[in-house]
Design a binder for this molecule. Structure first.
Ligand code: DC
Length: 227
């Protein structure tokens, strides 16, 4: 087997990337890295410090704060990510609707993307990784050994996300979740820096009619053939 394998899995919000990436990583015993969680942790820092006001961010103060704190990952016994802020897990805090609602403001800033890129490269150094996100195959690892782009229709994705969020946010309406996803898609696709794009050399998988295990099997099959 090749010494170090890099697998990039990109796609829009709630296309199933993280669930699928985790299972693929587990199968090959590679490290799974959820790059969205880094943007979410930064959003958490920004909100906690009141740096997002009326839809705008004080980027200078935020970068200053980030330079004085540490965002790191640890891995639990299943080799899954636990994102930490100054060594304290913020896994639960970053999964709220409020964070989802603000994260694209953070992700569109080039200064922030540069900060995240360094974390992404450092964490993948000397490891075989499966990393999911929006720009992994296009910007972060343009030479990745394997690139996949997962997609699904807006209604399928909104339903998946609503089912997840409803467990903790009982009053949340399906339409609210769908609206938020559409807003995030628009922002992810149209932002100036590292927009969501399918790189030509990626394998496109639409999961509208496929369940998770079918997608995982398909991806594992493609990787197995080559390594
Ligand atoms: O995958 P997610 O929903 O947890 O990602 C949260 C946000 O972070 C998403 O709205 C877009 C942004 N993101 C990004 O811009 N680039 C990445 N590589 C990963 C996530």
């Amino acid at each position: 087997m090749k010494k170090k394998v890099t697998v990039a899995i990109d796609g829009p919000s709630s296309s199933g990337k993280s669930t699928i990436a985790k299972l693929v990583a587990k199968h090959f015993n590679f490290t799974y890295i959820d790059s969205g969680s880094i943007y979410r942790a930064i959003t958490y820092v920004a909100l906690k410090n009141n740096l997002i006001k009326t839809g705008d961010i004080d980027v200078v103060s935020l970068i200053d704060l980030l330079n004085n704190c540490s965002i790191s990952f640890s891995f639990n016994s299943n080799n899954q990510n636990v994102i930490k802020l100054d060594d304290i897990s913020v896994e639960d805090e970053i999964r709220t609707f409020e964070i989802s609602n603000n994260v694209s403001l953070i992700a569109e800033k080039n200064e922030i993307r540069k900060y995240v890129l360094k974390i992404q490269k450092d964490i993948s150094n000397n490891k075989s990784v499966v990393m999911d996100g929006r720009d992994i195959g296009s910007v972060v690892f343009p030479n990745a050994d394997f690139k996949f782009f997962l997609d699904a229709s807006i209604d399928v994705r909104a339903l998946r996300r609503w089912n997840e969020l409803k467990l903790t946010e009982k009053d949340l309406k399906f339409e609210e979740v769908k609206k938020d996803l559409l807003k995030r898609d628009k922002k992810d696709i149209n932002r100036k820096f590292s927009p969501l794009r399918r790189s030509k050399d990626s394998t496109l998988i639409n999961s509208d009619r496929l369940d998770i295990s079918e997608v995982v099997k398909h991806i594992i099959g493609i990787i197995k053939k080559e390594i």
